[in-house]
Design a protein around this ligand. Structure first.
Ligand code: ADP
Length: 568
């Protein structure tokens, strides 16, 4: 039994004990959360020594923002810091080149990354299509989808001994000859360790808008295999997403317009949840500021936010220096660009504390104000670090070089889903609205009932708390149709399915505007949503300049559970 000094929910304690706190050989937990936070802070602060700074001074600063749950780094940092071969990054992308040797080298690298708690994205578009020639054997190729299945199976096996459930992103370009098989795959097969996304180009979108044909190209020789109507493929994407939640769409030309290091390579893929576009062999360490902790006297305490963003940015930069990379190529690439991704969680909580409904104009304005502030302060920190520690090694020729801005990191901001760290911090996840106000969640053998703590507080203060109210809430999960609740409260606690798709997209766009990398957001739709609506959402997302989009229609089948806690 561990003795808790800090206050955690029972759900957080379970998650911590199952996956995060150190255990002895018998599997008994041997540290408290405070000791874990010290372990993380002390380990990462060791990097300060490399720059002739005082590690213990910085360890204290890191500990303060982490133990107050105002900032948490991504899960691998919490799990692995201080252990032998500590691997601290959550996000990776590996190349998949068109030879058996290269494919299986990547599979091996992916296994090592997965074992260390990271998730990997793969773009399979360089693989020759199904039915194409294999010169060495005189046989025929089995195509990208078949290899993706091998990667999925391998993840199944490795995750059983690893730190957490497998998470991969499988990607194919819209002009690959096997695109239709890829787009439809989740309708017929589980592939439970993969989210899948189609890489969509501007050329494809133009063809779609003109109701034109576009070419499918064999990556082996660059030959046009055939032409398809863009609308035909787009409709298939819509159909599969409507039915299964997969594929998402990645707007690759938009991503590459913001690629800070085009001289090092083109971006082809993102990490598993889509928030982190990366070059082949690149990694990124994420961390999130818990915005629910910054509301003081009815407004946001920007002074404290600035203080914390600066320390958190430095923490993430330090983390790169003390990470043990399971794959040497990744170490070289990550240390070359030094990408970090500071983002936010607890956004829905923050809005409720401020009394602003998630879909109110003021919420969209505040999203921009807050994220702009975070981005500016983290860029300022990266610039200060560049002056002391030097710019990132690939700086020359980068977009930062062209702008004349010294930076220690090619990017500093990303908005992650925060699936598990938000449970530890007991806040709403990422920038998502509440999905339900009362729900049950099973973690291993224990079932937890979660009732929104702010709602209970409001109910008690405003006099609509009663056993009957709680029972009705338990049944419905939202405030819709509960008569005892004032209209104002109903508006403040609107849940994901009561918010229009356009408003979901708007919120994503507000945050994206001031985020270097991308934004994890699910456009949640009610079950009754029509396919045309999904089509409209994809087109609007493209026109709004988003880097990608994930849609999930309530009740549609899905094999992946990435967005839910990965602790069960
Ligand atoms: P957390 O809250 O655990 O820090 P997030 O839900 O914010 O993680 O996810 C951030 C990134 O971490 C994902 O996009 C993915 O790259 C990686 N990741 C998440 N879950 C897993 C998992 N089960 N296995 C491997 N990597 C994961």
């Amino acid at each position: 039994m561990i003795h808790y000094i800090m206050v955690f929910t029972d759900r957080a304690k379970t998650v911590l004990e199952i996956r995060y706190l150190l255990k002895n050989e018998k599997g008994e937990v041997i540290e408290t959360p405070e000791q874990m936070f010290h372990r993380v802070a002390n380990y990462v602060a060791q990097a300060e020594e490399l720059y002739q700074e005082n590690p213990s001074e910085w360890a204290e600063k890191f500990y303060e923002i982490i133990s107050s749950l105002r900032f948490l780094p991504n899960s691998p940092a919490l799990m692995n810091a201080g252990k032998p071969k500590a691997q601290l990054a959550a996000c990776f992308v590996l190349p998949v080149e068109d030879s058996i040797e290269a494919i299986f080298k990547t599979l091996k690298d992916a296994a090592l990354i997965l074992q260390s708690g990271g998730g990997t994205g793969f773009n399979f578009s360089h693989l020759r299509p199904k039915g194409d020639v294999v010169r060495s054997t005189g046989g025929i190729a089995s195509g990208p989808v078949s290899f993706m299945k091998i990667f999925d199976k391998a993840s199944d096996i490795i995750k059983q001994g690893g730190a957490r459930r497998g998470a991969n992103m499988g990607i194919l370009r819209v002009d690959h000859p096997d695109i239709l098989e890829f787009v439809r795959i989740k309708r017929f097969e589980n592939l439970s360790n993969f989210n899948i996304s189609v890489v969509v180009t501007d050329a494809f979108m133009d063809a779609l808008f003109k109701d034109d044909y576009y070419p499918l190209i064999n990556p082996r020789n660059g030959e046009v295999v055939k032409k398809l109507k863009a609308k035909e493929v787009f409709d298939e994407i819509v159909e599969s997403t409507w039915e299964t939640g997969d594929p998402g769409v990645i707007f690759i030309d938009t991503i590459n317009r913001y690629n800070p290091t085009p001289h090092i390579g083109q971006i082809e893929s993102t990490n598993p949840c889509g928030e982190q576009p990366l070059l082949p062999y690149e990694a990124c360490i994420l961390g999130s500021i818990n915005l629910s902790k910054y509301v003081k006297g009815g407004s946001i305490d920007f002074q404290m936010l600035e203080h914390d963003v600066k320390i958190a940015t430095r923490f993430l930069d330090d983390a790169i220096d003390v990470t043990h990379y399971p794959v040497p190529e990744v170490e070289k690439m990550h240390k070359g660009n030094r990408k970090i991704g500071l983002g936010v969680m607890g956004w829905a909580d923050c809005l409720v504390e401020l009394g602003i409904p998630y879909n109110h104009k003021k919420a969209f304005q505040l999203a921009e104000t807050v994220m702009k502030f975070i981005k500016e302060k983290s860029h300022e920190t990266s610039q200060e670090l560049a002056r002391k520690r030097g710019v990132f090694p690939n700086f020359k020729g980068s977009l930062w070089d062209k702008r004349g801005t010294m930076m220690r990191n090619a990017t500093t901001t990303t908005i992650a889903p925060t699936g598990t760290i938000s449970i530890i911090a007991d806040c709403s996840s990422g920038i998502e609205p509440y999905f339900l106000l009362a729900y049950k969640q099973r973690i291993l053998d224990t079932e937890f009932e979660i009732i929104n703590k702010y709602l209970i507080d409001f109910a008690q203060k405003q006099g609509f708390y009663s056993e009957e109210f709680i029972n009705e809430l338990r049944q419905k999960g939202t405030l819709r149709g509960i008569k005892s609740v004032p209209l104002k409260i109903k508006k403040l606690f609107k849940t994901a399915l009561e918010i229009t798709p356009m408003q979901h997209i708007e919120m994503q766009a507000c945050f994206q505007k001031y985020t270097d990398n991308a934004v994890s957001k699910t456009i949640n739709l009610p079950q009754r949503t029509k396919k045309q609506e999904v089509a409209k959402i994809f087109i609007l997302a493209y026109k709004k300049g988003l880097k990608g989009i994930t849609v999930f229609r309530y009740g549609s089948k899905t094999g992946t559970l990435l967005k839910v806690s990965d602790a069960h």
